[in-house]
Design a protein around this ligand. Structure first.
Ligand code: BG6
Length: 464
């Protein structure tokens, strides 16, 4: 298709604080749950130094500008702003992000801020973390602090990254319920607190940030039925609700999805909702929906329990009598075993637009793989192929299907540490010279995909 993407389309890239910054205890930052995490798999690095972006941010922004990025989606480390998560504010933390935002603006790169990306301040974890209802007010205060200090420069805000991932496979992204007596009940209580925190942050944003726009950022997959047996269609329907719509329906419509609620009641895991809370959920309406897309899911009906331990974001635990996730033999896989499904991207864009009719922003999409630096060059053709296929589908969704998409921020701008598979699983357009435990030079090298993306942005996707 020779047509271009819409004018002012936000061609960007993404990162998150704990995966890219390092500087875990520099300049007054308090520890986060990611800094004290004990379940890092053997042979995999921790997050203490990551890509050292905290000390190399200026160089990194220069490279982003050279790539021609129109937006940069990054998260703020809560414990860099408030070392304990509440109370005292760390001026050095504010300064770091203000400098970063100003530098981005200097190059006309639109900052897109995620307020929370898996890194709860350890000070709050000690008070019970997301299970403690007080977290709602702490999050609101944190959000208010961000709006007050950065609202003047930042238009796009994201509340919580992949809330659904934290509820569905929380172990790897900071939800530890190993000591819980009713795990399901506690999980959905946590979810309720996140929903309220999000709604309150949305309400505050609309009050404080002039022209500010705010939305959630879940991880959304289209869900296919494994066969044309109607019972598998029901399973797919169930999985869509448990995996996707439960989170977005509450955010957009202010109502909990009945399918999930009925399951919780039946399983003695229902949480309390007061009238006041119901009102807050109704009031905190988002302006757009951001979402992360990596793959699709396939569901079949099952009466068996799936006892397999949780794999990761792309493999969720079965619910007996509701759904069981199976692999899709029609799809190729990444080097790390995630299914690759560009058409699924178009499907999910259409589904989201049909269901919610709100502008969409892609806040993650990308492929993790092994990259090597040879004579200063990183040939990541497989990444270009992946993007090429996905962007062709995005273009069709916008230009043929009429979906309103305002931006595309793939994962990731620069190599960083994966949630549970270390530095070796690389995602960036920019290579960072370090290994799992050998920090090497930490020098930056644009990969082949960097130059490909630069050209694509300059042409506004005309040649896709
Ligand atoms: C998303 C997260 O789930 O997927 C990111 O928002 C994460 O934080 C990305 O890095 C890729 O997943 P992984 O597990 O390969 O790092």
């Amino acid at each position: 298709m020779k047509n271009k993407f819409p004018n002012n389309f936000l061609w960007g890239a993404s990162t998150s604080a704990y995966q890219v910054e390092g500087g875990w205890n520099q300049d007054g930052k308090g520890p986060s749950i990611q800094d004290v995490r004990t379940n890092i798999p053997e042979g995999t690095t921790d997050f203490k130094i990551a890509s050292d972006h905290y000390n190399k941010w200026q160089e990194d922004v220069t490279l982003m500008a050279e790539m021609g990025l129109k937006s940069y989606r990054f998260s703020i480390s809560w414990s860099r702003i408030m070392p304990l998560g509440y109370g005292e504010i760390n001026k050095e933390g504010l300064k770091f992000y203000k400098n970063l935002i100003k530098e981005l603006k200097k190059y006309n790169i639109e900052p897109i801020i995620t307020m929370y990306h898996f890194d709860l301040p350890y000070g709050l974890e000690k008070l019970g973390g997301w299970l403690n209802p007080d977290i709602v007010q702490y999050f609101e205060k944190y959000a208010e602090t961000l709006y007050t200090h950065f609202g003047e420069y930042v238009k796009y805000w994201l509340t919580i990254n992949e809330q659904n991932v934290m509820i569905l496979f929380g172990e790897i992204v900071g939800i530890d319920l190993s000591k819980s007596e009713n795990k399901t009940k506690d999980l959905y209580k946590i979810n309720h607190h996140m929903m309220l925190a999000q709604a309150k942050a949305i309400i505050k944003c609309h009050k404080i940030v002039k022209n500010g726009l705010i939305g959630p950022a879940p991880n959304i997959n289209p869900v296919y039925a494994n066969s044309n047996d109607p019972i598998d269609q029901i399973a797919a329907f169930n999985m869509r609700h448990f995996r996707n719509w439960f989170y977005l329906d509450t955010c957009v419509f202010g109502e909990y999805n009945k399918n999930v609620i009925n399951y919780l009641i039946k399983n003695n895991a229902m949480f309390q909702i007061t009238d006041e809370e119901q009102k807050i959920l109704k009031e905190g309406k988002p302006d757009f929906i951001a979402f992360n897309y990596y793959a699709s899911s396939t569901a079949k009906f099952t009466l068996e329990e799936d006892f397999e331990s949780i794999a990761d974001q792309q493999k969720i635990k079965s619910l007996k009598g509701l759904y069981h996730q199976v692999k899709n033999d029609n799809l190729p896989k990444t080097q790390f075993g995630w299914e690759i499904d560009p058409l699924g991207f178009r499907i999910v864009l259409r589904e989201l637009w049909d269901r919610y009719n709100l502008p969409l922003m892609i806040t993650e999409n990308g492929i993790g793989g092994y990259d090597t630096l040879e004579n200063g060059v990183v040939n990541d053709q497989y990444r270009i192929d992946y993007y090429q296929l996905h962007l062709a589908e995005l273009k069709k969704a916008i230009l043929l299907d009429g979906v309103n998409v305002i931006g595309y921020n793939p994962w990731s701008a620069i190599d960083l540490v994966s949630t549970h598979e270390g530095v070796k699983k690389r995602y960036g357009f920019i290579f960072v010279d370090r290994d799992e435990f050998d920090l090497k030079s930490l020098k930056r090298y644009p990969k082949k995909s960097f130059f490909w993306y630069k050209k694509l942005i300059a042409e506004n996707g005309e040649n896709l």
